[in-house]
Design a protein around this ligand. Structure first.
Ligand SMILES: O=C(O)CCC(=O)C(=O)O
Ligand SMILES: [Fe+2]
Length: 351
């Protein structure tokens, strides 16, 4: 949802489609510990696990908007390479999610094939936490711009995590220290593209319903198509709601790790991408997802003994797995069909 330049290239979001009423919060106010804005943040994290963050007029926010614009260019350049070139960088799931994923590699909720191409860049590779990987030239020539994106995206996320520390009565710095920029993790940036269809099927699912597994995700979209299934609704087409792109803003959603760490207080919501609505379906849809994961050795154990996060109830067992073990287990459960992707947590609004 970044800059005027990108918005000007895209037809308007239609006024008639069903949208979810997410709050637009101010990075500036949250950074200044504004009590009212923090309350709105906590409410949104419990109810939707999603909110829109206005980045404009705050230095790190403006920096990130400009970095995001570069990453949109990088998406076009990289996914515009010949398929034979991209195939040399093909991703290798489930062990290695970095590199190129062509459209049609995944099944969506309706049993059809997905329509999302993506090139995934690892934070460790770009920030030098591991020896560099080999990426297409389009990326190798812009490592510095990628570094800037990771640095500023991480800084914006840190403002939100610091506010959550305060709201959850955790020691200052707790959440940020668990997902540092300079320690090995599975944090990554997805450069995503879904191409316009010759005959538009507005119900086509480009990327199937899922929750994100990590702590927080920052999403930039210009043409929409991203939808959320608000909690408590049956997973049928009529219940999904579009997220309206907002100029100068980034969309933030919480992942399963924050749900676990808070004993289910916060929510991670099911979301998916369908054909962009109205005239937006006629242009290529580019988006960015910066998916933050904790340091690899961090534990999934519930956090803190402050006054907000509930203690384990009688009979409840502490989670002892590391984030990597937990992620591998979750992926396996979903593959075996024993775990269905669905909204998790949200006890904050139920109590
Ligand atoms: O393309 C988008 O808008 C969202 C992508 C997404 O949900 C993801 O990569 O996890
Ligand atoms: Fe996602």
């Amino acid at each position: 949802m970044p800059t005027p330049k990108l918005f000007a290239q895209c037809p308007d979001f239609p006024p008639t489609v069903p949208v979810v009423d997410l709050p637009i919060l101010s990075l500036h106010k949250i950074g200044a510990h504004d009590g009212n804005e923090e309350k709105r943040l906590l409410d949104a994290c419990g109810e939707y696990g999603f909110f829109v963050l206005d980045l404009k007029g705050f230095q790190i926010g403006d920096n990130l908007l400009s970095n995001a614009e570069h990453m949109f260019d990088l998406t076009a350049a990289t996914l515009g390479l010949d398929e034979s070139v991209l195939n040399d960088f093909a991703y290798n799931p489930p062990g290695d999610l970095l590199g190129y994923k062509r459209a049609g590699k995944l099944r969506t909720d309706d049993g059809k094939l997905d329509a999302m191409e993506m090139y995934t860049v690892g934070q460790d590779d770009i920030m030098g936490n591991i020896p560099p990987r080999n990426n297409p030239d389009t990326i190798e020539r812009h490592r510095k711009e990628c570094q800037e994106f990771f640095r500023h995206a991480h800084a914006v996320a840190a403002v939100i995590l610091a506010a959550l520390d305060r709201l959850l009565d955790l020691q200052p710095g707790t959440l940020e220290r668990l997902s540092p920029l300079d320690k090995p993790s599975d944090t990554l940036l997805r450069l995503l593209l879904s191409r316009p269809q010759s005959i538009v099927d507005e119900n086509r699912i480009s990327l199937g319903g899922h929750t994100d597994i990590g702590t927080v995700t920052l999403v930039f979209q210009v043409a929409s198509g991203l939808q959320i299934l608000p909690a408590g609704n049956k997973n049928v087409s009529d219940n999904w709601r579009y997220i309206r792109p907002e100029l100068g803003c980034v969309l933030i959603n919480l992942g399963d790790t924050l749900v676990e760490w808070t004993g289910g207080l916060l929510r991670s919501s099911l979301h998916r991408v369908v054909t962009a609505p109205g005239a937006q379906a006629t242009v290529p849809r580019r988006s960015l997802a910066y998916l933050i994961r904790p340091e690899r050795t961090a534990s999934m154990r519930r956090l803190g003994i402050g006054s907000v996060i509930p203690r384990l109830a009688d009979g409840e067992e502490a989670e002892t797995r590391s984030v990597s073990e937990w992620a591998a287990w979750g992926a396996q459960q979903i593959m075996k069909g024993e775990l269905k992707p669905e909204s998790r947590g949200g006890k904050l609004v139920e109590t």
